[in-house]
Design a protein around this ligand. Structure first.
Ligand SMILES: [Mg+2]
Length: 121
C-alpha cells in the first residue's frame, strides 16, 4: 500500500511541485494550505508522515503539527514523523528537539527531501 503524506504549505507552487514529485515516487500526497485544511484532512484520512511549511498566515506549521500530534496522543496513537520545510534555518535545532523528524531549508534539495522521507517510511 502507498504511504500517505500530509503536505501543508500556504504556497500553491510548493503544493503543486511537491505533490508532483512525491506522487511520482509512489507516495499518496494530500496537499493542504492552512491549519483548518490540514486538520480536516487529518480527520478524514490516516497518514504515515507530515511534510509541513512553518510560516503560514493564521496558525503556523508548528502549531498545526502540534495540534495533530496532541490529537494522536489523546487517541492513544503514536506520533507521526514530521519534516519541516522552512526558509528560516534558525528554527532547525529547536524543532528537531521538539518533534520526531527533520528540518529542511528552502530551497529544498529534492534528493535530500526524498532520502529523508525514505528514512521514515
Ligand atoms: Mg509559508
Amino acid at each position: 500500500m502507498k504511504s500517505r503524506i500530509l503536505l501543508i504549505d500556504d504556497d500553491p507552487l510548493i503544493l503543486k511541485s511537491f505533490k508532483l514529485l512525491l506522487s511520482h515516487e509512489g507516495y499518496e500526497v494530500i496537499p493542504t494550505s492552512s491549519y483548518e485544511e490540514a486538520l480536516r484532512a487529518f480527520e478524514e484520512k490516516q497518514f504515515e508522515l507530515i511534510l509541513s511549511d512553518i510560516r503560514m498566515p493564521g496558525k503556523n506549521g508548528v502549531e498545526t503539527v502540534s495540534e495533530i500530534q496532541s490529537q494522536l496522543i489523546s487517541a492513544g496513537k503514536g506520533e507521526l514523523p514530521i519534516i519541516f520545510i522552512t526558509g528560516y534555518a534558525e528554527y532547525g535545532d529547536q524543532l528537531k528537539a521538539e518533534f520526531i523528524g527533520e528540518v529542511l531549508t528552502k530551497p529544498v534539495d529534492t534528493e535530500k527531501l526524498l532520502t529523508t522521507i525514505r528514512d521514515y517510511l
